[in-house]
Design a protein around this ligand. Sequence first.
Ligand SMILES: [Zn+2]
Length: 135
Amino acid sequence: MEIIGLFVGWFVFWFLVYLFFAILVGAYASKKRRSGVGWFFLSLLISPLITLIFLFILGPSHSSLKKCPRCAEEVNIDAQICRFCNFEFPQSNQFPKSDKKAGNVASTPISRVIAILIALSAFGFMVFIIYLFKK
Ligand SMILES: [Zn+2]
């Protein structure tokens, strides 16, 4: 019985570590304007390390780039200065305030799903601890 408890403990521990890295990959993906939830579940299915490598290879989503009007190179949509020719982008052209607000609303369910998953795993961990102390 002791060995089973130890095994479950290790399983729960590594599951939490795994979940943590999957969340990191999801956060990294949404930073690159890719689906945070999609990449999070993909990390859970495949493994955070492999999906992270995929993300590095794929780079930012195409919609995260804007074309510099001066040198026609593609730069990050959040950039204020072109990294190729130092062209200064007008502050408000690409991101009207309503767009940013819509993005925030859309990102709310992602954090909610992650919060629920963390809560569930924390609950599982607590049940395991109680189970250990009862013995
Ligand atoms: Zn430029």
